[in-house]
Design a protein around this ligand. Sequence first.
Ligand SMILES: [Zn+2]
Length: 591
Amino acid sequence: MGLFDDETEGSPPPGPSLFGDAPEDNTPKAAAYRVLARKYRPKTFGDLIGQEALVRTLRNAFAMNRIAHAFMLTGVRGVGKTTTARILARALNCTGPDGNGGPTPDPCGVCENCIAILADRHPDVVEMDAASNTGVDDVREIIEATRFRPLSARTKVFIIDEVHMLSKAAFNALLKTLEEPPPHIKFVLATTEIRKVPITVLSRCQRFDLRRVAVDVLSAHFTRIAAAEHIAIASTAIDHIARAADGSVRDGLSLLDQAIARGAEDGAEISAAMVADMLGLADRGFVFDLMDAVVAGEAAKALAIADDAYERGADPGVLLSDLLALAHLLTRMKSVPTLASSSTLPEAERTRGAALAQMLSIPFLGRLWQMLLKGIQEVETCPDRRAGAEMILIRLCHVADMPPPGELLKKLTENPGASFSGGGAGPAPGSGGARAVAGGGMVMAAPRALTFQDVVALAANKRDVMLYAHLRQSVHLVRFAPPVIEMRLADGTPRDTVPKLAAMLEAETGRRWTIALSNLPGEPTIDEAEGVATAKARDEALNHPLVQAILAEFPGAKVENRHTAPEPEEAEIPADWAALVPPDELYEGDE
Ligand SMILES: [Zn+2]
């Protein structure tokens, strides 16, 4: 009938024996490696893991003899839709070991119908993959077949996988049969995209939602299989696989296959590190490293971490999805603080996650979530997915920390003295990566219009040598509007520069400051500006007639610098020596 299923390619040997090709076959001729997903495909409802609600409902239906004539199974790939469909086909057709049994939720596995269906070769159980048979003619073929009684089964079962792929005409053709199916016909439809199935079709089916299988359920399942296969694998390695499987038993087993294939080389235990390497996770910590860099606005560092991950084979989309998952975890930890002590979380999540969650605000995490969601879609439509992911990371670094523009504007215009947290990191200075800052109170003591130079001078007064040096060397001022400072930091600036600055300003002024990192180029740093001024002064001096005369008189002489005696009022403004002394000397003179 031209009906195929994606899982039947390595199909069982077509030998005449009724027994030799059952999936659990362990005879020597089956020595060729069979992938775990096939070998351990559930044969009964009892074997289905993580789908308790579905199993309970189906059992009740069989017990009460109220079996629908059409089922719709929906769920993400690899959760067991076609497997469930095949178990249903056996449950409907099992005749029991004595050949006299009726429909049962516990098919015997030994009657002719059970065996033939298990081997995918029962003439009355027809599978069609709608992904490659989308047209009305394909459906007509099925409808034609429904007119005939089953050859050897009680009930003909039509399994249509990825049913949402059918054309509109095909759906319409199917609809008539679904409305009034002959009594000996059952349909089992499966789809990953239930929203694409017309409501007219849905309304004629009993619907079952197969759930993503929980990580701990997957871990337990894979542990059992590894034991049955005599595979030595660390429990943490299994946890990695279970998490990466993302709710799909089949994907998880496929990863376990890969891990076994790699580990078999030296026969040693499959370690968590090996699996992490295989999955492209240096270790769980790298997602946290990436989040740290993003939160701190350190684009260069974030890109370096991403580069490293790509080199290990990580997928750009997966990388962002990992960040998204972490944003979700952090938001949950923020909302349910007891999660931090939950034993269901791995060590990294408990410790580093708790620290990050404490530092970040819910609005910040919400914004991060939104940007990542949008970014993940963008990456999938980008011709170069890696470049796409990098653009998203850079955008996150520069924008995620900014207060929402509306909020910023509103607060500043309504109440210039208002304090607000920029939605970024909290106030804890030194917690690493903070940048929107806390405070509240008076403006700096001086009545003069405040400038960024005053802030730098304050750092000198406070003897904060490192901060003073970085304010001069690394800050490209974008906007100075107390209590808001927007700046771009030069690459390599320590991440604690911003929280230190914020803490200093808050301590001095008693008010909350918002220090936002910008991706605008901003002004030259103070050091750069002074360098420009020095060069300009030197050129002027060189052109002075007196200097020219001296240079003519003393060949080889050089103009090193130009000194101008400071005017008294100017010299008083920084109020001390600090602005004139290089940071190193300042430090020595401090203690
Ligand atoms: Zn049976």
